[in-house]
Design a binder for this molecule. Structure first.
Ligand code: ATP
Ligand code: MG
Length: 286
C-alpha cells in the first residue's frame, strides 16, 4: 500500500489561515472550511485533519496524525512526545507575566510567595524553578486575564501579542518568559515511506520560506560603477550583467535578502544605479 501523510491542522483560529496558505504556496491542494473534518489532497499524498490546536500533539503522538502544525507554546506545554521538525515563522506571540497596573514591580523576585494564574503551568513552573522562585501556580483554562480582578491570583502568565487585552483588564506586562511561533511537529518514529514524504514536504516548505526572505532586484548602472554596485549585490552566485542599448550602461540582475536590500539600497543608489526594480520571488531552490 502506498503511504499517505496525515497532517493535523487547527480547524479555525490563529494558526489556520497561515497553515492553509503555507500548503497552498507549496503547491499542495486540498479543500477546507464549512465544517469539514478531513480532506485528501488532490495532488500530493496527504490527508488533512482539522482539529482543536490543543489536541494536535496528542493525536500526533498516538499516530492518528503523522504531522501537525501547532504553536510552540502548545507543544512545549503538552506532555505528549512529539518532535519539532521545522519552525514556520508565523503566529508569533509571547508568553508573559503580568500584574495589576498599580502594583510596583522590582523584578521577578516580587513573585515569591504569590499566586499566579495561567493555562501554561509547565512552562511557568520550569521558568520559576530556573529562577529559583517559589510561587503558587493556579491552572485555569481560559480568561486568565480576569484572575487578578476577581481575587483569584496576584499575577498572571498568558499569551500576549499586542497587549490590548492586558490593558483593558488593568494589567501590565512585566516579564516575557517564552517566545513562540508556529512549528511543524511529527511523530518521532515515522515509517520510511512517510519519512520520504516528509522530506519532500520540507523541501517545498524551505523553498517557499527562502523565497519570502529574498527579492529579485533589477537595475541599470553606468559601466563605470558596475564593480562597486555588484559588490553590494552578493546574489546566489554572482549578479547577471547584460549591456543596455544605451552605450556605457548595463542592466544588473541579482537576488538579495530583504535585510541586505534595506542595508545596501542607499549605497547602491549613490553609486549611480537607476531604475531599480524589486520583484517578489515565488520559489527558491538552493
Ligand atoms: P482552538 O479552538 O483550536 O483550541 P485556541 O483558542 O486555543 O484555538 P488560538 O487563539 O487560535 O487558539 O491560538 C492558536 C495559537 O496561535 C496559540 O497557541 C499561539 O501559539 C498563537 N498565537 C499568536 N498570537 C496569539 C494571540 N494574540 N493570542 C493567542 N494565541 C496567539
Ligand atoms: Mg486551543
Amino acid at each position: 500500500m502506498s503511504s499517505i501523510l496525515r497532517i493535523a491542522l487547527q480547524k479555525s483560529g490563529r494558526l489556520s489561515e497561515d497553515s492553509y496558505q503555507l500548503f497552498k504556496e507549496c503547491g499542495i491542494r486540498f479543500d477546507y472550511g464549512t465544517g469539514k473534518l478531513k480532506s485528501v489532497s488532490s495532488n500530493f499524498p496527504a490527508e488533512f485533519l482539522f482539529l482543536r490546536d490543543d489536541d494536535i500533539p496528542g493525536y500526533v503522538e498516538d499516530g492518528v496524525a503523522d504531522l501537525g502544525i501547532v504553536g510552540e507554546n502548545v507543544a512545549v506545554e503538552s506532555t505528549h512526545q512529539v518532535e519539532t521538525v521545522h519552525r514556520l515563522g508565523f503566529s508569533k506571540c509571547r508568553l508573559s507575566l503580568a500584574i495589576p497596573r498599580a502594583t510596583d514591580w522590582n523584578g521577578i523576585h516580587d513573585l515569591a510567595g504569590k499566586s499566579i494564574a495561567t493555562s501554561y503551568p509547565r512552562i511557568l513552573g520550569n521558568y520559576l524553578q530556573e529562577k529559583q522562585i517559589s510561587a503558587e501556580i493556579h491552572e485555569i483554562s481560559g480568561s486568565v486575564e480576569i484572575a487578578p480582578g476577581i481575587g483569584l491570583a496576584e499575577a498572571i502568565c498568558d499569551i500576549v501579542s499586542s497587549g490590548s487585552t492586558l490593558l483593558s483588564n488593568g494589567l501590565k506586562e512585566v516579564e516575557v518568559i517564552f517566545r513562540s511561533e508556529a512549528i511543524l511537529i511529527a511523530r518521532p518514529t515515522l515509517e520510511a515511506e512517510k519519512q520520504t514524504l516528509l522530506e519532500k514536504l520540507l523541501f517545498r516548505i524551505k523553498a517557499v520560506q527562502a523565497a519570502k526572505n529574498n527579492k529579485y532586484i533589477v537595475l541599470n548602472a553606468p559601466n563605470s560603477a558596475l564593480e562597486q554596485i555588484t559588490s553590494l549585490l552578493p546574489g546566489m552566485k554572482s549578479p547577471t550583467v547584460t549591456p543596455l542599448a544605451t552605450e556605457g550602461w548595463s542592466s544588473v540582475h541579482s537576488v538579495i535578502t530583504e535585510n541586505d536590500f534595506w542595508e545596501n539600497i542607499e549605497a547602491i543608489r549613490s553609486a549611480g544605479a537607476q531604475g531599480i526594480l524589486v520583484i517578489p520571488i515565488e520559489k527558491m531552490i538552493y
